[in-house]
Design a protein around this ligand. Structure first.
Ligand code: GLU
Length: 427
């Protein structure tokens, strides 16, 4: 049975690169019906922090990456590492150096393995110095704890970032010395920014948390991370997680450079927002509104649903909903300067807005259809193009030159607010 693991060190929040590593291991396990384990590499007691561990687990759950069984903590397994190191000591394969236990690397050999992503890799042991197994403070080295645990947990495949490629020959030497068969290894190219440099804050953020707060859907982030290591084909570029699980093939993991592109992510996010059911967006939108300090308590649940419906095709992130719909939540909304000059400051606009207000006041039903009808009739009577009423009216009620359809907006705003704003702008 395929058994894979994700082995984060809780010394920082979940980085996009680590999230991709977790994701591919998870995809492989779920595709094959295997197991996906979590191992917490918390051997460095000074740098590990429970708040980072909590953050990592929360972000994994948010991404929809679930693990099997309970996580294994390396900090609780020091006795096991020592016991294995002492076996190697007893066999003369390791030696004491001060309080530390070191592994003796035999020179003049070549270590070779078939990398799942890169193909054949070989390294001369002449280039590998003797390796620390247990440090003088009693803690294990990363490489040794990793091998002891991967063997102990019966891990069959290790997918991780290229930054570990130089560790793998050392780990293979430990498997050999312990009389164990090594698992298969696959190293994925590091994630870069669109300009080919190391991914950094200026490319849009490096931690999953930043994207969550910015209003990206986990489906969209997962979708983009998948495309940074695997290309499921043109027709599957927009991919739901279940679909990815079904289609995933480890043989398709590729070594092409993985470039993270915030514009692509925004596009994918918009696509996933459009596909998501409005009622499933509701709690997420409420979170954004609360975070922005906007009060939506007065709006009926139904009202907010209609508003989301109106804007779900217009936002690239959930956070954008807040600025797009500001006029629904406050009367002192932002007013675009250009639009004001162009559509509100002219005497003619003021007059037309006033006339429109009269017509809307007289409507029996304040519905989008009735508003539209009244607006078009007024334009006709005055010999105006409808847009010469619509643009100023949109500016007056929302402060923006673009947005959802004016008539739907007005219906949702309600007659009272619309009239107050139109009258205000007509003076
Ligand atoms: N704790 C290591 C890391 O976060 C794990 C590497 C591995 O997967 O072996 O990079």
């Amino acid at each position: 049975m395929v058994t894979v693991r994700f082995a984060p060190s809780p010394t920082g929040y979940l980085h996009l690169g680590s999230a991709r590593t977790a994701l591919f291991n998870w995809l492989y396990a779920r595709h094959t019906g295997g197991r996906f384990l979590l191992r917490i590499e918390d051997t460095d007691r000074t740098r590990s922090d429970p708040k980072f561990l909590e953050g990592i687990l929360r972000d994994l759950r948010w991404l929809g990456i679930d693990w099997d069984g309970e996580p294994v903590y390396q900090s609780q397994r020091f006795a096991l590492y020592r016991q294995e190191a002492e076996k190697l000591l007893a066999q003369g394969k390791a030696y004491m150096d001060g309080g530390a236990i070191l592994f003796k690397v035999e020179k003049g050999r070549t270590i070779e393995y078939e990398d799942i992503v890169h193909g054949k890799i070989s390294v001369a042991t002449d280039e590998i110095k003797d390796q620390v197994l247990i440090k003088s403070d009693g803690s294990p080295s990363y490489n040794f704890a990793c091998v002891v645990d991967d063997a102990n947990l019966a891990i069959t495949h290790i997918l991780r970032g290229d930054d570990h490629i130089s560790n793998t020959p050392k780990q293979i030497l430990f498997y050999e010395a312990l009389g164990l068969a090594p698992p298969r290894f696959g190293h994925m190219p590091l994630i870069l920014g669109p300009d080919g440099s190391k991914l950094s804050k200026r490319h849009g953020g490096v931690s999953v948390e930043e994207y969550r707060k910015e209003g990206f859907l986990p489906e969209a982030l997962v979708n983009h991370l998948i495309l940074l290591g695997w290309f499921p084909g043109e027709e599957h570029e927009i991919l739901a997680p279940e679909e990815a699980v079904r289609l995933f093939d480890i043989a398709d993991l590729n070594a092409v450079q993985a470039k993270f592109d915030i514009q692509k992510l925004r596009w994918l996010n918009a696509e996933h927002i459009m596909r998501k059911k409005t009622e499933d967006l509701l709690p997420l939108i409420k979170e954004q509104l609360s975070a922005a300090g906007l009060d939506f308590a007065g709006l009926g649940g139904d009202h907010l649903l209609k508003l989301i419906d109106l804007y779900k095709v217009r936002m690239k992130t959930l956070r954008e909903f807040v600025s797009l719909t500001e006029c629904f939540f406050r009367d002192d909304f932002n007013v675009e300067e250009e639009g004001r000059k162009k559509y509100l400051d002219k005497a003619e606009s003021k007059e037309n807005i006033g006339l429109l207000a009269d017509r809307l006041e007289a409507l029996e039903e304040f519905t989008a259809a009735a508003i539209e009808e009244a607006c078009r009739r007024l334009a006709e009577e005055k010999g105006l193009k409808p847009v010469s009423l619509i643009h100023p009216a949109r500016m007056a009620v929302s402060g923006r030159t673009s947005g959802a359809g004016l008539f739907e907006m007005m219906e949702l705003l309600g007659r009272e607010k619309v009239l107050t704003r139109l009258r205000g702008a007509s003076r």
